[in-house]
Ligand binder design. Structure first.
Ligand code: T4K
Length: 387
């Protein structure tokens, strides 16, 4: 059967996107909104902000959580809080643009390190060769919520006196060996964007073990205002407002259920796709307590019969809107491609992964029949290529 006929027979009735937020009950949110309307306290560390910060500390097993208007602003200020104002920072090219842009906005030069083929994270065994007298920090990303080689990165940081800031945008609630992944590094940034399984519409947080750092971060995100008469340094506005925080409190009550549903979906996808030639699944590390934030597959063109980009386009015809996270590599953006570390020979694994990765739809409300249908379509496309 040709693709046209397959589409005719198996096209999904509605578009299915890579993700979809699970919203809290509108009635419950209205109760909080009425409270905000009554108090007229809309932002600047209000009641809901304080409640959410405390609740997140309990949930995440952290002591010092600082809420932000979004994850990018949080990461930008993480670097400021650590006085990283010049020099080089070793990072990964396989990430969302924000990871790189916050370095540029802080006058820091990114140095790209290749990634590990199995975890998609920065290859900790290759970091040391990039360290020079200009290196100030390492900025790894727990891509798709899979933890980096945190022990090795800590060792390197200690040996070379480097700061470590984790972009943990995808790693809300992830644990490694029963420890929150945000335990490692000087600071970790979490994103609470609408596309995350825990979200505050837009939002983010920094997590640190240091109460002094938390104090500095809270000043930085509020213009450096210490009190009505004292502004201690040039801060900025990075605050989360009361509506975001109130929404976040309701989201937090739902998050375990969301993760549980995503786990079921992930297991079913794995089962459905495990025998499809040319579809590579990520490793399942038993030491990791996942959050099931994404479902990436790797498409091997030779075995599957078509490449990742063709599969991406064909799935669209069936109303399946997967995403090529993360393609192109950040090192290929015009603003970074001139850097010596951006050359292809330095990033061969990242290039290979980025050219074969595809994130399939995954969210708590994704019906199991739809998921089965998506898996079935992928198998049909394979069969179509192989007679
Ligand atoms: N570091 C890393 C490693 C990151 O991945 C991100 C963000 C950041 C830093 C920065 O954190 P934030 O400053 O954003 O807090 C999306 C998100 O906008 C972005 O937050 C996220 N990473 C990135 C991986 O994904 P896009 O450009 O792909 O989003 P968009 O609008 O195409 O949405 C994807 C799908 O989600 C849509 O097809 C449908 C669905 N969707 C989206 C929105 C916005 C909804 O169902 N509802 C919605 O409200 O970046």
């Amino acid at each position: 059967m040709n693709i046209k006929n397959l589409v005719k027979n198996y096209k999904l009735p509605h578009p299915v996107y890579v993700t979809q937020p699970t919203l809290p009950d509108l009635g419950e949110f209205k109760i909080y909104l009425e409270e905000v309307w009554e108090s007229k306290w809309l932002t600047n560390s209000g009641k809901f902000h304080q409640v959410l910060e405390n609740k997140l500390n309990s949930y995440l097993g952290s002591e010092n959580c600082s809420l932000f208007c979004n994850g990018t602003m949080a990461l930008l200020l993480a670097l400021k809080a650590l006085d990283l104002t010049e020099g080089e920072v070793i990072t990964t090219p396989f990430t969302f643009p924000a990871t790189l842009h916050v370095l540029s906005w802080n006058n820091l030069t990114p140095v790209f390190c290749d990634i590990n083929e199995k975890t998609f994270n920065i290859d900790a065994d290759q970091i040391e060769k990039h360290i020079t007298e200009k290196t100030k920090a390492i900025l790894p990303v727990h891509v798709f919520g899979y933890p980096c080689d945190v022990e090795k990165i800590s060792e390197l940081a200690e040996k070379h006196q480097l700061k470590v800031v984790y972009d943990a945008a995808h790693a809300f609630g992830v644990k490694l060996n029963n420890r929150p992944v945000t335990d490692w590094g000087d600071l970790s940034m979490l994103s609470f964007h609408a596309t995350k399984h825990f979200n505050t519409l837009e939002g983010g947080a920094l997590i640190t073990k240091s109460p002094e750092l938390k104090k500095k971060i809270d000043l930085l995100k509020n213009f450096g205002i210490a009190d009505e008469e004292n502004v201690v340094f040039p801060g900025i506005n990075g605050k989360m407002n009361e509506l975001q925080a109130a929404y976040g409190i309701l989201q937090l009550e739902m998050v375990d259920n969301e993760v549980e549903k995503r786990k079921t979906i992930t297991e079913l996808y794995r089962e459905n796709l495990k025998d499809v030639p040319g579809i590579g699944l990520s490793i399942d590390n038993p030491m990791v307590e996942h959050n099931y934030s994404s479902f990436p597959i790797l498409v091997n063109e030779k075995e599957f019969g078509e490449n990742r980009s063709t599969l991406y386009e064909e799935l669209k015809k069936f109303n399946v809107f997967s995403r090529k996270y993360f393609y192109p590599l950040c090192s290929d953006y015009p603003c970074y491609s001139h850097l010596p570390s951006a050359r292809k020979e330095n990033l061969s694994i990242a290039k290979k992964v980025s050219e074969s990765v595809l994130c399939l739809p995954l969210y708590g409300n994704l019906a199991l029949e739809i998921l089965d249908q998506i898996s079935f379509i992928i198998k049909k496309i394979y069969n179509n290529r192989h007679g």
